[in-house]
Design a protein around this ligand. Structure first.
Ligand SMILES: C[S@@+](CC[C@H](N)C(=O)[O-])C[C@H]1O[C@@H](n2cnc3c(N)ncnc32)[C@H](O)[C@@H]1O
Length: 264
């Protein structure tokens, strides 16, 4: 008997339709440039002269600088809008783009490095889709290759309202003289889903940027990867390899193929 009622379906809207035009400005407001440079150095150190694949490559924040540094980079994204924004900057042809679903991919080739950064993995909205993605990763990874995943720690604090508002939170993300970014979040703790609306407020008006994600705990990720024959070899608190501790708000986890899988 299965009486599990889920409040959420696991379909994700086309990210680029809402976020495409705002993404670079948003990253800039969050001071992401320095972090991007560190991520590129970290990933370049793992790929060597080989071939890498980014899952959820977006408009190429990470893939394009890796391509510029001489790596052979493929990028997979489900949003045609994000891929077309990447293609506008993809001159000369540095990144080979693929339109598709990271929950189920197979390009008929293997990669020395597969990476999924800036929480793209959480856009897979069910444990089944996350597991299916990890299975595709194992199949597409060279035997001595690396899989890198970069995620924020789930922040389930501050849902301090009472009664009907108990699952909701408001966060001010950014304020300067020209713009304000406020996020309203609703939390479904049973399915580990955050639904949020960012309000991007400027003198020109207000824009709404929706997000829906299924967060994963580091321990849960480790378990899921064991089911598909991947083993954790390194975990860091950031791209500069600072240790993970109880104050870390993100983690960079590096996996390699193992000889064993845990049976489902
Ligand atoms: C937060 S953005 C990150 C983009 C890029 N990795 C970066 O660091 O700038 C997440 C990206 O994942 C893509 N995405 C969401 N679900 C996906 C899926 N099922 N398969 C492939 N890409 C997906 C979105 O279209 C979006 O471009």
């Amino acid at each position: 008997m299965n009486n599990v009622q889920r409040e959420n379906d696991d379909t994700y809207p086309d990210f680029g339709l809402y976020w495409g035009d705002a993404y670079d400005e948003y990253a800039d407001a969050q001071n992401k440039t320095a972090e991007t440079t560190k991520a590129v150095v970290f990933l370049a150190g793992l790929v060597g002269g080989g071939t890498a694949l980014e899952l959820g490559c977006g408009n190429g924040h990470i893939a394009l600088p890796l391509g510029k540094a001489g790596m052979q980079i493929h990028g997979l994204d489900s949003s045609t809008r994000m891929l077309s924004l990447l293609d506008q900057k993809n001159d000369p042809h540095l990144v080979q783009t693929h339109h598709g679903d990271m929950a189920n991919f197979d390009f008929g080739m293997r990669f020395d490095l597969i990476y999924c950064v800036n929480n793209s993995f959480t856009h897979l909205l069910s444990v089944e889709r996350q597991l299916s993605c990890l299975r595709s990763v194992t199949n597409a990874l060279e035997d001595d290759g690396h899989f890198v995943i970069h995620l924020n720690y789930p922040n389930t604090t501050d849902f301090t309202g009472k009664g009907m508002q108990a699952d909701q939170r408001t966060t001010v993300f950014h304020v300067d003289e020209h713009r304000t970014l406020v996020r309203f979040t609703k939390h479904d703790r049973n399915d580990q889903i955050f639904i949020s609306q960012d309000l991007w407020i400027t003198p020109e008006g207000v824009r709404t940027l929706p997000t829906k994600l299924r967060y994963v705990y580091p321990s849960e990720l480790e378990l899921l990867t064991r089911f598909v024959g991947l083993g954790l070899v390194e975990r860091w608190g950031d791209w500069e390899r600072r240790p993970v501790d109880t104050s870390s708000w993100s983690h960079v986890s590096v996996f390699r193929k193992t000889d064993s899988t845990v049976a489902l």
